[in-house]
Design a binder for this molecule. Structure first.
Ligand code: 13P
Length: 271
């Protein structure tokens, strides 16, 4: 039996962390936790996520409808985005949305985080794609995120921010920290003349470590380009999973990305 009050307190603590780390300004950001198949706790709309107490937290069902909310509090305006992730990823227990400075700058510039520059980012995230722009609070954002939700645990939201999800509240928050740290390092190394990228072989070794650790969630290490045929991914594949050993695993991040974008453009143009 989950202790709802305890989880509400944990949501408030994570709200403080994202606020204190400058990952949100003003009343931005939102957090949710799945407590049963049809019950979710979420932050209320329009409050600073750095100054919440447990009675602020709302309870909704799988459609985002209010089950319980104290007077003066309504669920986050982005609840549809959270609910779409839970619907499409039954393994996910928590979703965090924030506007961390560097990751959001990349999302605004339209640059996904695909360069393999440090082991921790490659192991934790692989890479971070950008879901196309959608108007906040509408189904446009959930629809855009849906394209990536089966392949990644972290997505940039174009001209908006970042979204992370995982099998616990702390893990979803930690992914947000990892995304921001990766984005910050990528930004700074670009100022210093450009990062020295890890080689394909180095990336493959890190992917292998991730597989050996049995890390949960979705990650490019678990994808095979031979099977995904235009599906969004990047970096490369060790060929250890579902392809029958004929995967070269040689495409580098940018080649892979260009291939996917070209496939999308061709599809959209109906060619
Ligand atoms: P809410 O306060 O409604 O959750 O919205 C904050 C936000 O960041 C919207 O993108």
């Amino acid at each position: 039996m989950v202790n709802e009050f305890e989880i509400k307190k944990q949501i408030c603590d994570i709200g403080k962390r994202i606020y204190n780390r400058g990952m949100v300004a003003n009343n931005d950001g939102n957090i949710s936790v799945k407590i049963s198949e049809n019950e979710f706790l979420c932050t209320p709309t329009g409050v600073s996520k750095g100054f919440m107490t447990p009675e602020f937290i709302c309870k909704v069902d799988a459609t985002g409808k209010v089950i319980q909310a104290n007077a003066g509090f309504k669920p986050s305006s982005e609840i549809k985005m959270h609910m779409r992730v839970y619907k499409e990823r039954p393994d996910v227990k928590s979703v965090v949305h924030a506007h961390p400075m560097y990751a959001t700058a990349f999302a605004i510039a339209g640059i996904p985080l695909t360069q393999p520059i440090m082991p921790e980012a490659v192991i934790a995230l692989g890479c971070v794609p950008i879901a196309k722009y959608g108007t906040p609070s509408t189904n446009e954002i959930p629809d855009a995120v849906s394209e990536y939700v089966q392949y990644f645990d972290a997505v940039l939201l174009e001209n908006h921010g970042a979204l992370t999800f995982s099998d616990s509240l702390l893990a979803a928050y930690n992914k947000m920290e990892s995304v921001e740290f990766y984005a910050q390092l990528l930004y700074l190394s670009r100022q210093l003349g450009g990062p020295k990228e890890l080689s394909d072989a180095q990336v493959q070794r890190l992917y292998e470590i991730r597989r050996q650790f049995g890390m949960t969630g979705k990650h490019p290490a678990n994808l095979c380009p031979n099977n995904k045929d235009g599906k969004p991914s990047c970096h490369n594949c060790g060929g250890k999973n579902s392809c029958s050993g004929n995967c070269g695993g040689s495409a580098n991040a940018s080649e892979e990305l260009v291939k996917n974008i070209t496939a999308k453009v061709i599809k959209e143009l109906g060619l």
